[in-house]
Write a new protein. Sequence first.
Length: 617
Amino acid sequence: MSSISVRAFLVLALATSGSAPDPSLSVVIANDNRVPAGVLRNDTLRLDLAVRMARWYPESDNGPYVDVAAFAEANRPPQIPAPLIRVPVGTTIIATVLNDLRDSVVWTHGLASGEAALDSVPIEPGETHTFSFIAGTPGTYLYSASPGHVDRGPVARRSHEREQLSGALVVDGKDARPDDRIFVINIWGDRIDPTTYRNVLAINGKSWPYTERISAVVGDSARWRVVNGSERRHPMHMHGFYYRVDSRGDIAKDTVYSADARPVVVTEDMAPRTTMSMTWSPDRSGNWLFHCHLAFHVLGRSRLDGADDQHLTHGADLMKHMAGLVLGMNVKPRNGAALRAEVNWARDARKLHLFANERPRALARTPLAMSFVLQRDGRVPAADSVEPPGQPIVLTRNEPTQITVVNRTHEGTSVHWHGIELESYSDGVPGWSGAADNLAPMIFPKDSFIARLTLPRAGTFIYHTHLNDIEQLTSGMYGPLIVLERGEKFDPSRDHVLTIGWDGPDIPSHVLINGDSIPGPVTLASGFVHRLRFINIGPAGLTTVSIRRDTSVVGWLPHAKDGADLPAMARKKSPAITTLNVGETFDADFDPPPGEYVMTFEPPPGVKIRTKRIIVR
C-alpha cells in the first residue's frame, strides 16, 4: 500500500491502459443508474453496446483521469458503470456487443438467464456478438466484460483490475414500481511494483467526495439495490441507521428473504460479483455515510488528486480524509412532523470522559501504541497510559450519555460510535457529521469534543477512530461498546467480549484478540449461559471464529448481529462457527458442559491463526 506521485501514477495509468494519451477519446459519463439502456417495444428490449477506450475522470470532471475500456451504447458516450439493463420479467433481451478494442479479446459474462449467465463468451477485436435471452426470475443481477486473451482468458487480477466494465441488470416483477436507487461498485487498478498497488474505487462512476449526495427526508422509506461489480469483498456499513436486507444475489440468481428471515444490520458483507437489495428509513436529520468498511477501500491516499501523506490531507481538506467507496446521505427534517423530545443533557445525561493517549513503542510493528482510555474514577489517567484496545464502555439502553473525548495524541482524531443510533453531529466523521451550517470538527491535539449518545437498543457495538484510520486503528484506537437493558449489570464472568484487531498496517498483518497476539485461556463456570460478544475492527480481513471440543465443532445459540436481534429463524441452536468481516459484531449464547474447548480465530490465508483455550469447570 505504499504510494507514488500523482504524476507518475497518471503516466503509468495511461501507459498500461492499452493506449497512448489520446485527447480524441470520448469522456466517460458517470452512470447514476436512473435511465435504462436500449429501446423497449412490446415485450422486447433491443440494445447495442460497444466496448471501447475512453477517458475516465473518477474525481472532479476536470481533475486527474485514466484511460480505460468502458461500455457505451450506440451513438452515446461511454458509461461507468456499464449501461443499466432494466426490464419487466418475461422480456426478450436482444443485445449486440461490439469489441472496439484494437488488441484485446473481450470476455463477456451475465448476458443470459440463470446458470447460463455464468458462461464466458469471447469476442475478438472488431467482432460483434449478439446475445438473446428471456429475463427470468425478478431480481438484481449484473453483467460484465473483461479484456484478455482468447487462449488464456481474462487478465489475472494479480496483475491489474479492469472492473469498470460491470453494470446492473434488473428484472422487475409484474407489479413492481421502479422507485428504487441502484449503486454499482467498480474498481480499476494496476500493480506498479511488487509492493505497490494503486487503484480507483468508485460507486456509480465516482470516488468520494465526488460521489452523488443522496437526499432523503425523515420518515422516507428508501429502497436500494447494491451491485458489487468487483472481484473484492466489501462490508457495506451505514452510519446512524439500520437497514433491512431484503435479498441477496449474484450473476445467475437472486434470493428474496421471507419476512421472518430478513436480517437487520449496519454492516453487510458483499462477496465479489454479488448483489443486495435493502430498505432503510431515516428517523433523524443530518449528514450520514454509507461506505465500505475496509480501510484500504476508503483511504484518502487512494485519491488521484490528493496528497499521499494522510497528515497533510487532514490539514488541507477534511472532506478528503476518505476516498473511494463512500456515499453521503443528506437527511432533511419533514415539514410539519412532531419534534423529537429534547434531552436536558446537563441534568439528565450520564457523563463520561474518554482520553485518546499514545506512547512510543520499541521494536514493534507500529511506532506508537495508541488507545482510548476511559476515566474510571475521579483521577485523570496518565497521558502515556494506553490500553489497546480500549476497555468496554458499558452503557444502559435509553439512558442519555455524554462522553467528552480528550485528545492527548500528536495528531487529530475522532470517534465514530459504530452502530449507535445517535444525532448526526456526534457521529464522528470530521467535516461531514452534522448539518451544512454546523459540521463536527476534527479533535485537534490538546482539544476535546463532546459526543451525545442516544441508546435505543441493547447490544454489542464499537467505538473507533474515523481519521487516519490505518495508523490509528492498527495502533489500538478502538474498543467495544456494550449497551445493556435497564437493571442489567455487566458481569465479565458471564459476559465475554472478544475484539479482533491488527498489530501494524502490513498485509498480511498480525491479528490481535483483545489486544494480545497470544490470547490466554479463559475459565468458564459450568451450569450458566455465557454471552459471547465478537467484534471485528481490523482495517481489513474476514475472520472465521469457531469453538471445538477435540476436533468437533460444538453448538451455541446465535442471538444478534450488529447489535440487532437476529431473525427468528436464525435464533436456534447451531454449530458454533461464524464469519465476520470488518465492522461486524456477533453475539451468541454458550452453555457448555465441563471440559476443555478451543476457540479458533481464522483470518485470511497468509495470516497466523489465533486460538484461545476455554476451560469449563
